[in-house]
Design a protein around this ligand. Structure first.
Ligand SMILES: NC(=O)C1=CN([C@@H]2O[C@H](COP(=O)(O)OP(=O)(O)OC[C@H]3O[C@@H](n4cnc5c(N)ncnc54)[C@H](OP(=O)(O)O)[C@@H]3O)[C@@H](O)[C@H]2O)C=CC1
Ligand SMILES: N[C@@H](C=O)C(=O)O
Length: 254
């Protein structure tokens, strides 16, 4: 059956790779991001796939609502919503971080994700079918220095995903939180204000998760038997693991 798959953050990274993967399996796509030209180039590449493009800032609530109301009828209602648009900005400690960065991460990773879910979910409930795939992060499970608000937004996404599952018991609607670790996309470029050298250092000497790796996993998650729900999946490259607790041995309390 051809599904309508709605992917946010489709102009790059995981979102673009998911678009290619789902298109290759015959699904029709609704693709959202700010960069219209990127979306158009992707849609041209996916020749033969029915694609509806939504070019907007997902934090603009009015624009988002109007875009959802104006999805062409031929696309029907989304069967799968991949809440992927998101970002980290900066890696400064909490006393130094820019408040505007924190606000943008909260607006994008939390508020916009919640808003879009609220807009799309009623039709899934009415039709008694659907799948919401939220893109969380290992940063929502494990803290690291400088990850402060970014990690907190992803912890929100994790708990929101669980809450959705609790609310949707008895409905044929699946909810999954995908929690990737080190993955090479434009993520670090954005985090470090397009400083390419600094972004490259993040992946230096590693074999990180690729966008295609993650798209394969998401596609699998969206194709499990009807009675199975993958609640959460944490994925790291083999070269990544946890560090020990840090202990400061210099502190004085005199
Ligand atoms: N790469 C990594 O290491 C990991 C990433 N993640 C998460 O995966 C998700 C995708 O990131 P990834 O593919 O890595 O990074 P990319 O930077 O490559 O992609 C981010 C996508 O989000 C879109 N986006 C960001 N802000 C907005 C906005 N305000 N309105 C609309 N679209 C927006 C961007 O589109 P545009 O700029 O055109 O608007 C882009 O398509 C994010 O939620 C990220 O937090 C989770 C774990 C690991
Ligand atoms: N796991 C990465 C993205 O979410 C990170 O925290 O750097």
């Amino acid at each position: 059956m051809t599904r309508t798959v709605f992917i946010t953050g489709a102009s790059s990274g995981f979102g673009a790779a998911c678009a290619r993967k789902f298109a290759a399996h015959g699904d029709r796509l609704i693709l959202l991001a700010r960069r219209q030209q990127r979306l158009q180039t992707l849609a041209d590449e996916l020749d033969g796939c029915d694609t509806h493009l939504i070019s907007l800032d997902i934090t603009d609530q009015q624009a988002l609502q109007s875009a959802i109301e104006n999805i062409p009828e031929a696309f029907g209602k989304p069967d799968v919503l991949i809440n992927n648009a998101g970002l980290a900005l900066g890696l400064s400690g909490a006393d130094q971080a820019e408040m505007s960065h924190w606000q943008q991460m909260i607006d994008t990773n939390i508020s916009a994700l919640v808003h879009l879910t609220r807009l799309v979910l009623p039709a899934m409930v009415r039709r008694d079918r659907g799948h919401i795939v939220n893109i969380g992060s290992t940063a929502g499970n494990w803290p690291y220095p400088g990850g402060n608000v970014y990690g907190a937004t992803k912890a929100f996404v994790k708990q929101f995903s669980r809450g959705l599952r609790a609310d949707l018991l008895g409905k044929r609607i699946k909810v999954t939180n995908i929690e990737p670790g080190l993955a090479e996309t434009e993520f670090s470029l954005v985090r470090f204000n397009h400083d390419a050298a600094r972004a490259a250092e993040v992946y230096d000497g590693t074999k990180p998760i690729s966008a295609d790796d993650l798209a394969d996993i998401i596609h699998w998650v969206c194709n499990t038997p009807a009675h199975i729900n993958i609640n959460a999946m944490e994925i790291m490259p083999l070269c990544q693991s946890w560090g020990p607790f840090r202990i400061d041995r210099q502190m004085s309390f005199d």
